[in-house]
Design a protein around this ligand. Structure first.
Ligand code: SAM
Length: 279
């Protein structure tokens, strides 16, 4: 009989944020597949777990799968962990889990910490419906396109962001979503410098520009969904641009629309391009 693959959530900061069951599973399995064995070794040491680790990360996952699946088929129970939080959530593991399912190996989730859920549960924005977006593209042109696609989304949006890109991403969000859009800023969750705040995108830009410490560490951004009011504004902008584009170039139409409505030229330009491409 084949063994089981346990997908085990580990802490996102505070080493004690791990369940009793996760510790029991990590102690009892034959092997733990980990994203970075050095990082996970510290967690195992903290909880007196001596199970051997083997590396399974985005660069070797494809090659490693056959070996790991064979071990499971030979009857060895295995745990999959990542550096922090829940494996597969902006972390490696998908290919291994899919291969296990394809080989009829039982996959057992051992739930626990996840930065997206911890942020959503504490920033004070609607949590009944949300859309997890992971990391935005690092190139600005692609990031703006992605944000444009999301600007009318009424569900709460959750993003992960790297500290060195936080300021430029938040500025792009303010350009596309509007500077008054509410944002939950969840930084260093469960760690010493934990910061959980809700404000507008404009205020967040001011905060992280004036205090560079706020650009450090691990960050989740939770963005309030678009409101009906925003939809109306969008409709008005579309009407104006559609009329202007009948006589003017995209550049001239978006400049004039920006002058008349007070919205950012970049936003008007992106929308004018979209409307032009529709025809
Ligand atoms: N698998 C993880 C999870 O379940 O949340 C996410 C891993 S992803 C590679 C790392 C990103 O998650 C960070 O860049 C940050 O956006 C977010 N993150 C992880 N730990 C965090 C923490 N303690 N506080 C805030 N954000 C965190």
């Amino acid at each position: 009989m084949s063994a089981q693959l346990f997908v085990v959530a580990t802490p996102i900061g505070h080493l004690d944020d791990i369940t009793y069951r996760a510790i029991d599973v990590l102690k009892s399995v034959s092997i733990i597949a980990a994203e970075d064995t050095r990082t996970s070794a510290q967690l195992l040491k903290h909880h007196n777990i001596s199970t051997p680790l083997t590396a399974c990360h985005e660069h070797n996952e494809s090659n490693k799968i056959d070996i790991l699946i064979q071990r499971l088929l030979n009857g060895e129970n295995m745990a999959l962990i990542s550096d922090a939080g829940t494996p597969l959530i902006s972390d490696p593991g998908f290919k291994l889990v899919r291969a296990a399912q394809d080989n009829n190996i039982r996959v057992v989730p051992v739930p626990g910490a996840c930065a997206a859920i911890a942020a959503l549960s504490s920033v004070g924005l609607p949590s009944d419906r949300f859309s997890f977006q992971g990391f935005l593209p690092s190139r600005q042109s692609q990031r703006l396109i992605q944000l444009e696609k999301l600007k009318d989304e009424t569900q709460t949006l959750i993003f992960y962001e790297a500290p060195h890109r936080i300021l430029e991403s938040v500025k792009d969000m303010a350009d596309v979503f509007g500077a008054d859009r509410p944002v939950g800023f969840a930084r260093e969750i469960t760690k010493t410098f934990e910061t959980i705040k809700k404000m507008t995108l404009a205020d967040l830009i001011q905060l992280i520009e004036s205090d560079r410490n706020q650009q450090k560490g691990e960050i989740v951004l939770v963005i309030g969904g678009a409101t009906q009011e925003k939809d109306l504004e969008q409709e008005k902008l579309d009407q104006l641009l559609t009329r202007l584009l009948q006589d003017l170039s995209v550049k001239a139409a978006s400049q004039l629309a920006a002058d008349l409505t007070g919205i950012k030229k970049k936003v008007a330009y992106q929308r004018a391009l979209e409307l032009t491409n529709k025809d």
